[in-house]
Structure formats: structure tokens, C-alpha cells
Design a protein. Structure first.
Length: 173
């Protein structure tokens, strides 16, 4: 008969093997992801360069200027890596990962700046310290990337007012 300690040691060893296999898989996927991101980056730079050259040529009265359609940022779903692009003209919240998009969509119609503790229940999370602090981190990232502003500490609002509205008034979605 096997002792309880021996059984626990066997289960621990099996769990350790599973964890090591998963970690090896994650390392391989991370390496592949880095390679694909590099290829994507090179293609994006090439497209932007070609677009600039064509725009310059169009200014020199080229017979038929070629216009390139601006691609939509691809949706990346990777556990542990969230892509929050810097805001630029023409981007909508649709390019953001789900939780970031939810945050922007909650703040956009607000009559004034909002705090993380006001946003958490509106995006479907329980109002507990961990979720509030996690959301605050996401709000800070959205500020860094130009999607939101933090005029007062802890109070967040959309970075751009809707044309035709007064200061502090933002569009309803």
C-alpha cells in the first residue's frame, strides 16, 4: 500500500511535469509571437513609407495618384500581452482590447470625469479593491496612449471633446 505522502509526492511530480510542458509551450509561442510582430512592424513601416512617397508624388501632379486604404489594426488575443495602440486620427475604440473598449465606452457619454470605482460596476466587475486598482491601471494606460485625460488625480475623461459641444460635454454613443 502507498502512503499518503508518497501519493502526494507522485501527484506533485506529475503537476510539475505538466507545468514545465506548459511553460515550454508558452516560451515557443512567445518566440513565434515576437517574430510575427517584427514582420508586422516591418510591413507597416514599408506601407507607411510607400504612402508618404505616393503622397509626395501626388503633390507633383502625377497623372493618377494612388491611394492606399488604411488597414485596421489586427485583433490580437494573447494571454498576458494586451495591445493598446496610441490614439491617432481615424481610430475608434473598436481597435482596443475588450476591457479597454468597455472603459472608453463607459466614459465617453459621461457628463464629467469619472473615477475608477464608478467605472468598475459599469463594465461588469465586482466593486472590490483589486478590480478598482486593476481598472485604475488600465485608465492610466489609456491616458498614456492618448485615449483619455486625467485632469485631476484619479478623475478620467475622454481626451477629445465632440465638435459642436461645450467644454466638458462629450458625445453619447
Amino acid at each position: 500500500m502507498v502512503s499518503l505522502i508518497e501519493e502526494l509526492e507522485a501527484r506533485e511530480a506529475a503537476a510539475r511535469v505538466r507545468v514545465e510542458e506548459l511553460e515550454a509551450g508558452i516560451a515557443e509561442l512567445t518566440s513565434r509571437l515576437a517574430g510575427e510582430r517584427e514582420a508586422w512592424s516591418r510591413l507597416r513601416v514599408a506601407r507607411e513609407t510607400v504612402t508618404e512617397v505616393l503622397a509626395e508624388l501626388a503633390g507633383q501632379d502625377v497623372a493618377e495618384p494612388v491611394t492606399l486604404q488604411e488597414p485596421v489594426e489586427p485583433e490580437v488575443r494573447v494571454v498576458g500581452a494586451i495591445m493598446v495602440p496610441h490614439w491617432r486620427e481615424g481610430l475608434t475604440a473598436d481597435v482596443l482590447p475588450d476591457v479597454y473598449r468597455d472603459i472608453v465606452e463607459v466614459i465617453a457619454p459621461a457628463s464629467g470625469p469619472m473615477q475608477a470605482k464608478q467605472i468598475v460596476p459599469r463594465i461588469g466587475l465586482p466593486v472590490v479593491t483589486g478590480k478598482i486598482e486593476g481598472t485604475r491601471g488600465k485608465l492610466k494606460r489609456l491616458v498614456q496612449r492618448g485615449w483619455l485625460v486625467e485632469d485631476q488625480p484619479g478623475r478620467f475623461a475622454p481626451a477629445r471633446p465632440v465638435p459642436g459641444r461645450g467644454i466638458g460635454e462629450f458625445a453619447e454613443r
